[in-house]
Structure formats: structure tokens, C-alpha cells
Design a protein around this ligand. Sequence first.
Ligand SMILES: [Zn+2]
Length: 384
Amino acid sequence: MYITKTLKQKKTQHLDDLARASGRCYSKVVSLVRKTHKQKNFWLSKGSVQKYLRHKAYALHSQSIQACADTYFDSLKSFFQVRKSNSDAKPPKRTPRYFKVRWKSSAIRLRDGHLILSNGKGREPVILEDVSEKPNYVEMFFKRGHYYFALVYKVGVPPKQDTGITVSVDMGEIHPIVSFNGKRTTIYNGRQLRSIMQYRNKIKASFSAKMDRCEKRSKSWYKLLKAKRKTLDKLDAQIKDAEHKITSRFITDCEKAKADTIVIGDLKGIRDNIKYSKKSNQKLHQWAFARIADKITYKAELAGIHVVSESEAWTSQTCPQCGNRKKPSDRNYHCKQCEFTYHRDGVGAINIFNKVSGLINNPVVGTLAFPFGVRYNQHLCRSA
Ligand SMILES: [Zn+2]
């Protein structure tokens, strides 16, 4: 399993040149493969393209050049896969001016806390400071005015446990995580996370509106762009930090409870319990759910816990005791058919748990403890 650590670096001429060289190399691969297919009606193999690239003098490490072919042939492979079921699929054809740069293990050295990324003999290497371990590979990409270096480490994964204890997770708009372990519901409070996200959207919209009033690419337009990027970067870091703290705390609780499986409500379908005013609003939430689900998944993997997903259709509207469907109308979910009453935020997690245990429509709920709240705070940490 791989984990990634990302470092941000200032945009410099040197890094621009590397991204440009990579763009040239990648575009060459794209055009070579496509041209051959068009003229001779066959697809070149990755091996032959890499052989061809060996004689090319792009200002990059030889392995970084080969990595451009790796990337293109990976997307070509998924095109072949998609083509089986969709005859309209097109092979990847984008020939970007700038492209990500990948350093493989042989181009990476670690010396006195400095990570040295070689760009081939006689060329200036890239040096990253404060790195304590040598990564398996490094990737440089450009985002919002800065270069980022993703340091990718391969880590050992502990063997999966088998305790028979399951915890379900419901991700909601109000709370990022509500979990249920068969007895108790735990609410991981997301008020702070939600307020940062709302603030971020407001700020983004206000910058965009201001920029619309300026002439595009004018001096004041660029000034606003720079300020916008800076603010959004800062808020994104805060969001990421909050998401890490909440998911880490959740995983620690699962470890303490000796859970061997986490069930996450499947996000692919449209959630039934949220009225979306705009399509984009829905997208935004799905994106936020996916980020939380990703973090839970990889942290669970590192803790030796299985993660499975379960369709969450109707889970927030169904009575966990009798299966009757009804929308909750206030803070409490109350079923008129069987008189089941519970805090509405816990109902989704209980239903997901019941679904995976094969207990739907079974009167399992008897005496439920009131939801237990975990408040997010800045000092919440993994060992809490
Ligand atoms: Zn009921």
C-alpha cells in the first residue's frame, strides 16, 4: 500500500523548464503512437516507444522520460478496457505544453535531510528540504500557481484481523461521520469543518465576482487571482487538517473497539435525504464525502481493518425496527407504525449496519443508547 506526503514549492524557472520538457516528451509519445495507428493501423507497444525515447535528449532524467510513456500507456490501457463496452470511446489525445514529472527510485537520493532529485548528468537536480525518509517515487505537478511534490512511500500493511466486530459509517451533510457498532451511535461533530467549507465557497464566489468586474488578464485581475489562490490554499489546508483529525479519531475508536470491518454507505447513488438547490451543490457534497471515504479507507487499511461499501439508498428514511419508510420531520426520527424513536442523525448508520448484518426489518434495536458526540477540536489527535 502507498501513502503520499505532499510538499509545496515556489514556481521557479527551473521547475517550469522541467515541466515543459516533460510536456514535450509526453506529447511526443502521444503523437507518435497516434500517428502510427492512423497510418499503419496498429498500436505501438510500450517497449518500442521506450526504446525510441532512449535516443531522445529531453532535459530530464532518463527514467523520468520513460515515466511519460508509462503514463500514456496506462491511459491507453484503460481506453482499450472502456472500448469493449463503449464503441464511442476515444484514445487519449491531449498533448499538453506542461506535464507532471516523475522521478523513479534510481533518480532519488537522500542526504542530510535533503532529497535530491536527479535530472540526468550535468543538469541541475531539484532539492527538497526537510525530508527524513527516501520515497519510492516522487511526482511533481502544478496547481494554483505552485508546484507540488508528491512523495510516495510504500508501507507494510498489518494482516487483517478477524474479530467479527463491525462498525458502520454514515456520512452526512451535517456530520461528516456518524458511526454505529450495533449498540452505540457516535457522532463526529463536523460543525467546524462545515463552517470552513461554507466560508471557502463564499470567499471563492466573492473573488470570482470581483474578477469578473475587471478586465481579464489586467494588472488588477492578476492581483485578485493571486490573493484568491493564497486564501483558498490556506482554507484547503484547514479543511484537509480537519478531515484528517476526524477520520483519525474515528479509526482510533474502531481500533479500541477491536473492529475488523468498517461499512461505508455507498456514495455513488444520489442521496435521498438531501434536497439540493443546485446540481453543483450536490457535486460539492459528493466530492466532500469521497474525500472523507478515501481517508477512512486508507487509514483503516493501515490499521488492518477491512472496508466494505453498502448501498445507502433510503437508509436515512427507513425505520430500523420495522422497515417502514418515512422522512424524519424534526430532530428525532419517530415511526408511527412501531413507535420506534431515535435521534435522526443516527438512523442512517443503524440502517447501514443492519443491511450488512442481514438484519434489515428485524427488531434488533430494543434499547439503544443515546448518540455519543465527539467534538472536533484543533487539538484532537490520533492518540486521543
Ligand atoms: Zn417502525
